[in-house]
Design a protein around this ligand. Structure first.
Ligand code: ADP
Ligand code: TRP
Length: 331
């Protein structure tokens, strides 16, 4: 039984495979930022992971920068959290390889994201097949204690614990720490403009920092039913209302629900209300982002400093591992 640490290492990652959207915000980013005060936080931009789906170097570089910009604008404090890009810590791919030599193929075959890809008819690459091993290395390389993730990541965390155990048993020692999963209590799944789960892969997102014109256009395109303006509507069955609920205070939410139920209030009205609520909610962060974007060198400096700290911790964990598995190093 491992003891609960008093100052736990909290680690999480987010893929830079597109612009971050409000599903990412309410499902992950907000909790990451809240947790930066709860221990030693390590947050990274999972660019190696994005390579499994994105084959455009320019886009990957741009999204990586934007994810960093978004997190900093939304309140990530580099004095509290170690914030870096995954590829700046080469030890992580080194550990991933070592773990892969202990991973049964059958364990990967059970992977949900891999199975999902096959189900959609796409032929998955080996990188996607072994994705959970790289994710395990991301976590284990820092001796992470707590990993805040959404429900969809539960299986990957279980695989990570499993691999840590396999390594420790194979080499008879406490080399790797089995992390606790911490499933964030997020709002229910955030719906996209088409009513399905909001996701970068479905082209149905409201990006946190969409330009006002683009945001308006997307909000106006949210699918609703065709109940006429004058008729009463059920807010609990409407996407626009589900999105409004993310941004509105309890009081505002109740008032809008009453307007739905009273009739004479159309979806066009509700969409305008959503646009105002969302723009107000992110107004300060939008301003911070605009200012920061005028100094990209500051954003890169944060990532560089973060990576330095992350590499020190990673090397500390990696040295005894190289030693015990018998890897020779001449430098
Ligand atoms: P996407 O589906 O857009 O590619 P990711 O799979 O990269 O998003 O998810 C990154 C994080 O954001 C995960 O922790 C996930 O739980 C959360 N997340 C993504 N979409 C949503 C959503 N629609 N509602 C709530 N949380 C979400
Ligand atoms: N797989 C995660 C996602 O798609 C991202 C991720 C990569 C991650 N490595 C991680 C999350 C390590 C937590 C810990 O959302």
């Amino acid at each position: 039984m491992q003891q609960k640490p008093t100052n736990p290492i909290i680690l999480s990652g987010i893929q830079p495979s597109g612009k971050l959207h409000i599903g990412n915000y309410f499902g992950a980013i907000r909790q990451h930022i809240e947790m930066q005060d709860k221990g030693r936080a390590f947050y990274f931009i999972a660019n190696y992971h994005s390579l499994t789906s994105l084959k455009d170097g320019k886009a990957l570089r741009q999204f990586t920068y934007e994810v960093a910009l978004d997190y900093l604008a939304l309140g990530l404090d580099p004095d509290k959290a170690t914030f870096f890009a995954q590829s700046d810590v080469p030890q992580v791919t080194e550990l991933a390889w070592i773990l892969s030599t202990l991973t049964p193929v059958s364990l990967m075959e059970k992977g949900v994201s891999y199975k999902d890809k096959i189900a959609t008819g796409l032929s998955p690459n080996i990188g996607l097949f072994t994705y959970p091993i790289l994710q395990a290395a991301d976590i284990l390389i820092y001796h992470s204690d707590i990993v805040p993730v959404g429900e969809d990541q539960k299986q990957n965390i279980e695989i990570c614990r499993d691999l840590a155990g396999k390594f420790n048993r194979a080499y008879e020692g406490d080399f790797l720490v089995e992390p606790e999963e911490y499933i964030v209590k997020s709002v229910a799944t955030v719906p996209g403009t088409d009513g399905q789960k909001m996701s970068k892969s479905y082209d149905n997102t409201l990006a946190i920092f969409d330009q006002p014109k683009a945001l308006k256009k997307k909000i106006m395109s949210i699918q609703t039913d065709s109940i006429p303006l004058e008729k009463p509507k059920d807010p609990s069955k409407d996407n626009v209302f589900a999105l409004i609920s993310l941004f509105a205070s309890q009081d505002q939410k109740q008032k809008i629900a009453q307007k739905y139920l009273a009739g004479g209030y159309g979806y066009g009205h509700a969409k305008k209300e959503l646009l105002t609520l969302m723009s107000d909610y992110f107004a300060e962060a939008t301003e911070r982002r605009r200012e920061l974007n005028q100094h990209p060198e500051r954003v890169y400096e944060v990532l560089q400093e973060g990576a330095k700290k992350a590499r020190i911790q990673a090397e500390r964990v990696m040295q005894p591992i190289r030693e015990v598995v018998g890897l020779h190093r001449s430098f």
